[in-house]
Design a protein around this ligand. Sequence first.
Ligand SMILES: [Zn+2]
Length: 212
Amino acid sequence: MPAEVTLTFDNGPDPATTPRVLDALAARGLRATFFVVGEQLARARGLAERAHAEGHWIGNHTWTHRAPFGRLDDVSAPHREIERTQALIGGLAHPDRLFRPVGGGGELGPHVLTPETVAVLVAGGYTCALWNAVPGDWRDPHGWVERALAQCRAHARPLLVLHDLPTGAMDQLERFLDAALAEGIRFTQALPEACLPIVRGEVVRPLDRLGG
Ligand SMILES: [Zn+2]
């Protein structure tokens, strides 16, 4: 059976790229989640407003995206980076207060969270949205499509991470979407539970392997 796939777009919004991503999704009636970086949002808030108005969900992906929290020697960074971004997202936020930590290349591991990060997420009632399919669009702007299709076929419930960044990768988004739809893959906006270790401030899955 073809998988049901959740689409997410990280690190935007980007004035050159995000409108094209929104156009491609709208043309196919698809909805996704955009995990925005605060610094980017401050420069291009209108794009997040458009995404929200078109039914996409807006999540928090830190203020600066400088490194995974576990690789920063700065225990106050999680509070600052998460809360400042959430304040700027404001009324565009999903009610579950979606937050995605910086992965630093897509690997899940003890660098992703820290005890301080978990404390901020719990205190703030956030939902931590991880991932299970990272085709590496930013490092392979053309070839990511075949990898993404293979990951969608291989995984029971893929949560795909793409990036609305000006890498050229989103030139291939329509090719990916149409190939996926042609082989019967269905897209859903819902985030798979297995990728949500913290839901509305409650820790529901072990965090030790994530550094939490
Ligand atoms: Zn990112």
